[in-house]
Design a binder for this molecule. Structure first.
Ligand SMILES: Cc1cc2nc3c(=O)[nH]c(=O)nc-3n(C[C@H](O)[C@H](O)[C@H](O)COP(=O)(O)O)c2cc1C
Length: 410
């Protein structure tokens, strides 16, 4: 670790020390007041960069399969996300003519900086898809070596690559050659395929290799592939990764459900940035909250019902514009369920969103439950992961598993 990285960590740890002493005095209140400092421990020189792309704050919106479409990305940006990623796309679906190719290769002028994430098994196909995405206007190409879904692993994609450093690095090299420095490359990994020593060796071989080839950053989710979403993300491992790579850029992932948790991950692990995932689904306000704490300002109050209604309506309108009314109703139903967790009548609102079958139904939920003239009880801040569980943890990580995949969220 160089002197600057070391200084940065010490400053953050000092900050964390203050935070913990607050927590000892009053655990509950501390959650909301811990970051009321007159100045932030984070300095602008810590600006997160992906090649030439400079982000003013180090918390980004992750790739989220089934969620991080253009409407979600637009809403996240509106509330302060400096960078967002499209959901993971199979390389073949980018290179082969079809609806997915057309959709994925349309990058809107207001959707920057945006990362395009790819998954696949074959280095050549990966390279061709990366080239097309780069040409289409993605600012960053992200390679997925983390997906734990059984079907994906069975086809030697996603997290499966963590068990085969040679192939994984072949893919990164091929993508690097294909985009030929026009687009920075980043890689998303889990901390290994499982808890074994061999898995850790493979992880660090891939980590060193991807940075040597020229990836500008890695995002590490502190769970193993085998773990899926069970148990905590190992933040100690993230600290180890950051120490290992020194000046290499590392983003941490896992268990970021509040702005306070984001600050804590930055402070405790020394990572350069963090990637918000479940914590920002139906919760775009988290970016604004992170910005406040990061700047040393108090945490803003939780979004009022009126503000929630405004954000959901804007998200819905974007979704109708992008997907058309029928598909928007289907897509927004699952977002609505997540948004409902902020509402003082969470259970009833959730049930109302669950029953949505059409765009008109969705609008009716908004009119009924988000009426700005309503006399709503105070909003409590949402805590924890909520009930969106991305299943897909697979005990069987062998290729071409014959077991039928369970129905999964991602
Ligand atoms: C519904 C869902 C979809 C996801 N899709 C992707 C994806 O497309 N690409 C990816 O790299 N990670 C994906 N992830 C993993 C997240 O980016 C993140 O690493 C993981 O959820 C851990 O962070 P969290 O505990 O803060 O949610 C997904 C996770 C969830 C819950």
């Amino acid at each position: 670790m160089n002197a600057e990285t070391q200084r940065r960590r010490e400053r953050r740890v000092l900050f964390l020390g203050k935070r913990l002493s607050y927590r000892n005095e009053n655990t509950h209140r501390a959650t909301f007041s811990i970051f009321h400092f007159s100045h932030s421990p984070f300095s602008p020189s810590e600006m997160l960069r992906f090649g030439d792309i400079e982000l003013d704050v180090p918390f980004v919106q992750a790739a989220l399969s089934g969620y991080s479409d253009l409407p979600m990305r637009r809403i996240a940006r509106r509330y302060g996300a400096p960078y967002t990623l499209n959901e993971v796309v199979l390389d073949k679906l980018v290179t082969q003519r079809g609806k997915t190719r057309k959709r994925v290769l349309t990058v809107e002028p207001d959707d920057h900086p945006v990362g395009g994430q790819l998954m696949g098994a074959n280095p050549d196909e990966f390279g061709a898809a990366a080239f097309d995405m780069c040409e289409a206007g993605y600012d960053v190409i992200d390679i997925n070596f983390g997906c734990p879904v059984r079907k994906v692993l069975g086809r030697c994609r996603g997290g499966f690559h963590l068990s085969q450093p040679g192939v994984a690095l072949g893919i990164v090299r091929r993508v690097h050659d294909a985009v030929d420095k026009r687009c920075p490359i980043t890689v998303k990994l889990r901390r290994g395929i499982d808890e074994s020593a061999e898995s850790a060796r493979n992880f660090f071989a891939i980590l060193d290799g991807v940075l040597e080839i020229g990836a500008v950053a890695v995002t590490v989710h502190g769970r193993t592939v085998k773990q899926g979403y069970i148990g905590p993300s190992d933040w100690g491992f993230l600290e180890r990764v950051k120490r290992h790579v020194g000046d290499g850029i590392v983003l941490g992932s896992g268990d970021l459900f509040s702005a306070a948790a984001v600050m804590r991950m930055l402070a405790e692990t020394g990572v350069d940035g963090v990637s918000l995932a479940r914590g920002c689904i139906g919760n775009p306000w988290i970016f604004d909250e992170c910005r406040a704490l990061y700047a040393g300002r108090p945490l803003p109050p939780p979004p009022s019902v009126t503000e929630q209604g405004r954000a959901i309506a804007a998200h819905f309108q974007e979704s109708v514009r992008v997907h058309g009314a029928r598909l928007a109703a289907r897509v927004m139903r699952k977002f609505g369920i997540k948004y409902s967790e902020h509402h003082p009548h969470a259970r009833q609102v959730r049930d109302a969103f669950v029953a949505v079958r059409s765009a008109r139904d969705f609008e009716a939920v908004l009119e009924c439950w988000y009426d700005p003239r309503g006399d709503w009880p105070p909003v409590k801040r949402r805590q924890g992961p909520g009930d969106l569980v991305a299943a897909g943890a697979s005990p069987d990580i062998s290729p071409r598993s014959t077991q039928r995949p369970r129905r999964v969220e991602r």
